[in-house]
Design a protein around this ligand. Structure first.
Ligand SMILES: [Zn+2]
Length: 237
């Protein structure tokens, strides 16, 4: 499904994989849960491309629903995989990038089980990327450190389009945006700071790992920043 020129979200896969089209080939952001590879490859074929045209896979983070089909897609396409050092380590081990947190003694064993069941096929990350790098995608795709949801979470921002791929650092829920929170959040303060950092980018379109694409992202991020009481901090930047 087309979001903007050369930018697609692949329907029917959780979490959302985004496909970016450049003259020299295709880039995929995130890969969905295990078993999503064929859906993604079918979408690429329907667009008139071969699976070999997928040059690059970027990972926001190593959770099950984002890196679950990475190994299968890498094998099928030969694409080079890019992720932060921390998430690359988790993917290499097929592990959750952080423990799920709870003080509830009844939930502890359930979360431990979820971490075991949530293991993914290990995959090798070819290139470690970090904050401030600009990738040759969509006329310059900026890598943004958005740790908090996980220790090495990254977002990707294309100023030429005003579009932000926020992974799970900012989520689209019903008609609003929310920051990462609750048991899946590695560090809440860092997660809130990552919302602030992304607000400062002034993206128009927000493509989150979950929920609808938000076309009036700037106004909604403003609301989110106010909810987090980040507005005064933003004034001091
Ligand atoms: Zn997710």
């Amino acid at each position: 499904m087309k979001i903007a020129t050369n930018i697609h979200v692949i329907p029917g896969v959780a979490a959302h994989p985004y496909l970016l089209v450049d003259p020299d080939g295709l880039t995929l952001i995130d890969t969905g849960i295990p078993g999503s590879a064929n859906k993604i490859l079918r979408y690429i074929k329907r667009m008139g491309y071969s699976h070999k045209d997928l040059n690059r896979i970027l990972l926001t983070h190593a959770d099950y629903d984002h890196a679950g089909s990475l190994a299968a897609l890498k094998k099928a396409t030969g694409a080079r995989v890019h992720a932060s050092v921390y998430e690359a380590r988790a993917v290499a081990n097929g592990q959750f990038p952080r423990s799920l947190k709870t003080e509830n003694i009844f939930l502890k064993p359930i979360f431990a089980l979820a971490e075991r069941l949530g293991r993914i096929s290990p995959a090798h990350v070819d290139e470690h990327i970090c904050d401030g790098q600009v990738l040759p995608v969509l006329n310059g795709l900026h890598v943004v450190d958005t740790k908090g949801h996980t220790p090495g979470h990254l977002s990707f921002f294309a100023p030429s389009v005003g579009i932000l791929f926020s992974g799970d650092s900012i989520l689209s829920m019903k008609d609003r945006l929310v920051g990462s929170h609750g048991s899946v959040t590695w560090d809440q303060d860092q997660a809130d700071a990552s919302v602030l950092r992304q607000w400062a980018l002034k993206a128009r379109i927000i493509c989150s790992g979950h929920g609808a694409v938000v076309m009036d992202g700037l106004a909604r991020l403003m609301n989110l920043a106010e909810v987090l009481r980040l507005a005064p901090a933003y004034q001091r930047l």
